[in-house]
Design a protein around this ligand. Structure first.
Ligand code: NAD
Length: 242
């Protein structure tokens, strides 16, 4: 496959989970991929893509990275964190961290890479949101839902401002996806088997998603096949919100 041929693609949070699966699929699809993550150990396991340690909450590091890389065609903002808990369990520091990583970091990366895309005549930005956002109120996901709803606002605003300049900006909204951090969250409940069964029980298809099923949507939105699609929230949740 060469649907991303000649496209320079940057992926954040690419060390594991959806980001990793997407970086690998982008390579398979012919893209020149720069896989970035805060975790150098997981990043080191990626052999086919160029890699770069990058903490997306570090504004200076993001700016320096963008200056070094130059113009890119695709930016997949995948790095994120799930805070579990209700509003009464959410400390101010939890709220600040959720918004810094899940939302503010996208403001930083998009600000850093957008000028190069505009100089190049276009590009595709894909932002990781979730159905746990403005789409669906999910129990115990207060700061997460709020910050992922902000991602949808960021996405629509950027899409509206640059729709005439060739830059597309879309949000993807997965349901529950098999990933390392999901297993950590299940362990943290104290009853892994029951927590997994509860997640599966809310899925009409009787299973959660694989990371590759999300990566397939991201690579499509990154490609020229999606040239008429911008400013949308793309739900990929196995029918959970049907
Ligand atoms: P994950 O949570 O297992 O991995 C996240 C990756 O982001 C890790 O490699 C981590 O090192 C990296 N990361 C964390 N902080 C970072 C920082 N400051 N700078 C750079 N990288 C950083 O992977 P996942 O579960 O596939 O989640 C990826 C994204 O998808 C997240 O934004 C998450 O909120 C979103 N999401 C996940 C699910 C799910 O069920 N897994 C569902 C909907 C949305």
């Amino acid at each position: 496959m060469t649907k991303l041929a000649n496209k320079i693609c940057v992926v954040t949070g690419a060390g594991q989970g959806i980001g990793r699966a997407t970086a690998e699929m982008m390579v398979h699809d012919g893209g020149h991929v720069i896989a970035t993550d805060i975790n150098k150990d997981t990043l080191a396991q990626i052999t086919e893509a160029q890699t770069q340690v990058l903490d997306v909450t570090n504004a200076n590091a993001v700016k320096a990275f963008a200056a070094e890389v130059g113009a890119i065609d695709v930016l997949f903002n995948c790095a994120g964190f799930v805070h579990s808990g209700t509003i009464l369990q959410c400390r101010e520091s939890d709220w600040d961290f959720a918004f810094t990583l899940n939302a503010k970091a996208m403001y930083m990366t998009i600000s850093a890479f957008l000028p190069g895309m505009l100089d190049n005549g276009g590009g595709s930005i894909i932002n990781m949101s979730s159905v746990a956002s403005s789409i669906k109120g999910v129990p115990n996901r207060f700061a997460y839902c709020a910050s992922k709803a902000a991602v949808i606002g960021i996405t629509k605003s950027v899409a509206a401002d640059y729709v005439t300049k060739g830059v597309r900006c879309n949000a993807i909204c997965p349901g529950t996806v098999d990933s390392p951090s999901l297993h950590d969250r299940l362990q943290a409940t104290g009853n892994y088997e029951k927590a997994m069964a509860d997640f599966i029980a809310r899925q009409p298809m009787g299973r959660i998603a694989t990371a590759n099923e999300i990566a397939a949507l991201v690579t499509y939105l990154a490609s020229d096949a999606a040239n008429f699609i911008t400013g949308q929230t793309h739900v990929v949740d196995g029918g959970w919100t049907t």
